[in-house]
Design a protein around this ligand. Sequence first.
Ligand SMILES: [Zn+2]
Length: 462
Amino acid sequence: MKERITDYIAWFIAKLIKPVYQNREAIMSKKIIIIFASIFTIIVLGVSFANSGKTQNSLAENDIELKTVEVQQIETVEPIAKDTYKNSLKTKSDYKYMDIDEIDSAMISAYAIKINNEDKVYLKTEQDAQNVLYDLKKIYISDDENTEIVKIYFDENIEIEKVYLNVIDLENIRTVEDALNLIVKGTDEERKHKIKRGENFWVLADDYKISVNDLIKANPEVVPERLQIGQEVSLIVPEPLINVCTVENVTYNEKIKYDVVYEDNANLYKDEYRVKLRGAYGTKEIEAELVKKDGRELGKVVLNEEIISEPITKVVYKGTKNPPPSIGTGVFSKPLSRGTITSGYGMRFHPVYRTYRMHTGVDIAAPKGTPVLASDGGKVIFAGWKTGYGNCVVIDHGANLTSMYGHLSSISVKVGQKVYKGKTIGGVGSTGTSTGNHLHFEIRKLGNDINPNKYINLYKYY
Ligand SMILES: [Zn+2]
């Protein structure tokens, strides 16, 4: 039993020791760690003990120093940056893209577009500055396929330079769009006027003491004659900070004027002309070099001209017949060389007024512009607009007789002019109360309308 107990103890000890022997190296390293740890602990304790007197003090000083640094940082940088940032956000939402984390000192970097060596416009990045200049040029690059930009340049000396701005100048940094607007207009100022009834550029020019020309410059997209009530117009005349010059090669067509030749015609009276052949403009293609500043043409050099179509010469008959004397003969002739009677003299249902009323003349339909001839010689006593009759001519033939010609498209005689029988006095038209091109022909005796057929059988001709 004793032996068994001894054996058991021996087995137990062997079991305890066995892993130790199996992991000698591990034991060794554990020992080394324990040794080093002990030495470190002794040193730390020793140092702590040695310095125990003044330790509290130096820690306190460090604390104060750290706090001072933090306070300084907060006071000198962050609050200013944040406030400025917030203020700028209040005034201009465009600065949202400014990242607050980038403001790590009182100075911020920006890129200046320098115009003739002067900082004029600030942007956040060099790319933004480049984009502004690119967009500025793009305004003046025509997308017309007949225009080729040979050269495009700025009239001023332009540079982009990295600069440092005080953080309080943050809001001077512009977006590309804003910068472009400033460069093109020359100012941030906006002065608008809303058009009221009866106002136009001439009225505004007087009210605001600026010239009509300047108003046109300030509103290049507005057609002065087509202003609408409520439309907003700018009162700021743009004065660009940078002027863009272009040299363009353009090709365009130009009209070529036609010649006019005259041919004698014995059927016409001496002062009469008739077109035999209508003239037509020719066309030439022109290649030219245009020099422009801000889109305004400064000069042009024609490089080449090529005729595409020749003009067609206009041929005009010139009368050679001696006209009859310009006096009344008492014998009337037809007022149109040809036409169709559409309404006779007498009571009729009026096509416009829709009532029965007296028709005081004879209507003869004919194409617009057909020459209207004096039915007899005499003196023109009226040439102008008459209510209902439109353009109208009245000729006094003497012997208390007058003839009247209404709805004319044109009048070619003047009051007081003496005309012979058959003289062209105007053209057929549809002016006044009329539903189509026709001549209203009247003869009056002592001022009262009479049936013209008493003097000339119009139904024989038309
Ligand atoms: Zn009539």
